[in-house]
Write a protein that binds this ligand. Sequence first.
Ligand code: CP
Length: 311
Amino acid sequence: METLTRLEHVVEAQQFDRPRLESIFALAREMESVVAAGGDQRLRGRLMATLFYEPSTRTRLSFESAMLRLGGTVIGTDNAREFSSVAKGETLEDTVRIIGGYSDVIVLRHFEAGASAVAARCSPVPIINAGDGAGQHPTQALLDLYTILKESGAVDGIEIAFVGDLLNGRTVRSLCYLMTRFKGVRIRFVAPDALRMAEDIKAFLRSHGVTYTEHSDLDDVVHTASVIYQTRVQKERFADIADYEAVKGVYVIDAVTVRRMRSDAVLLHPLPRVDEISPQVDGDPRAGYFRQARNGLFIRMALLAMLLGDD
Ligand code: CP
């Protein structure tokens, strides 16, 4: 088996090749057993700092839960724009240098694309990108892939439909990068004209031989996709609220939509949802989004163990 170099930071999805993905998923599977057994102490004495400039429920609390379940401790600020010295004009670089002196790893959510790369260049400790503006959300993409693997049995050969705000959705961008690591994947982008997938991602897919098609009608793909990945229209990325109002609610997945899905399909969403998946769908066995959120715990435990563990 190939020996992997030590993981230093988690900044962007492109850094993960197939052997690395497989090692993360193997460790995540082990973490499912660790949680079932009540946790362990492999990160005892290690301290994780969470530095969040944007709101979060899943990412922040699953990272905190992951660290605590591995015996580590956590410090952090959940509204860094207001409750850190950034409010006095301190730069991100200085903030990271300081927090890196108090902790062993920094989990950073920021409102600007590229912020984690900036932080990683000056940080004395590993940086984990917990979402940077409309850039990337690599740990979400890892848990999305892990979920597809568990729900569908394989990622090679899937037909995945990305639906909604593909322009601003950082989770879709990161997951598209990872799709190039698998064979025979077919991507369907479903979005209104104003929210179509950006050219940089489409160029990356073409250069890696991944086929994609673009649609404005969900009905084109709902009956053929093996994975439907619904997304929220990212209200916080719109400068003009009228532009948001014009596109929100374009694609709502309800009981009627789900009846048209393949019997072996899975419906995913990075969450939070607003109204783009009706709660009436939640009881359908193909609704995988709450299992997906739970998988974030195991993936984040695996990443922390790889970044901070003794092996
Ligand atoms: N999926 C996700 O990033 O959720 P949070 O914004 O709640 O962290």
